[in-house]
Design a protein around this ligand. Sequence first.
Ligand SMILES: [Zn+2]
Length: 272
Amino acid sequence: MYRQDDEMIRYIDTHAHYDDERFDADRSQVIGGLLDHDVALIIDPATDLNSSRRVLELSANYPNFYCAVGIHPHQAAEASECDIEALSVLCDPSSPGADKIVAIGETGLDYHYDFSPRDVQLANFRRNIRLALKHNLPLIVHDREAHQDTLTVLREENGFDTRVLYHCYSGSAEYAKELTELGCFFSFGGAVTFKNAKKFEEIVHAIPIDRILPETDSPYMAPEPVRGTRNDSSNLKYIYPVLARLMGLSIEETAAVFADNTARFFGIREFD
Ligand SMILES: [Zn+2]
């Protein structure tokens, strides 16, 4: 568990894409440096089958690096039922490194970009939910401008039989309340630091603190004051203080709450 007597806060990143090509030149230095200094734990969610293989390999290289495997809505058009079968093999406890897979994702629906046709996104999301239930893993959900369909599919596929995390939550406070009653968790990243981020006050107040998780979505979504640069988990130092203020806690209390929530959601008991 997180050691509160450390003089320095060690951060938790529940959502960072270190398999992204923007880290090709310096991946091992970046990850090694983070885990040696600022960061206690990193979870890297995949975006397709190849990315799932890459995040599994990264997880094998570092003790406090875990992963999620799954198919992102952007990649849904290139993925098939066979890819889900291959992911299922990766998740089997007899497969090497399967103990480092702590969730299925990221998956869901993106009606903002619509990179994959909506019917294909819906079918892909359903397959990912079934995969999570089959392996008794929680789900990391990406819902961009698709709130109603995301909820309908989760309900129809019994997605709430497992734990569900809305990553980079962007819906309303009312919707967050509804999802809270269904047992959902929520993660927040750089967007809470942006100048127009007033809406997060209302959203965070609508969610019990035992359901909130920190993330960066690296290499995307760098927070203020480094907005627009390549993001990495060291930038949690800009995100934790904002979330702490919104939750009415000290940074130390916030770090302890996030460590506890991470343990409960992902089932990771020992880190740092
Ligand atoms: Zn992501």
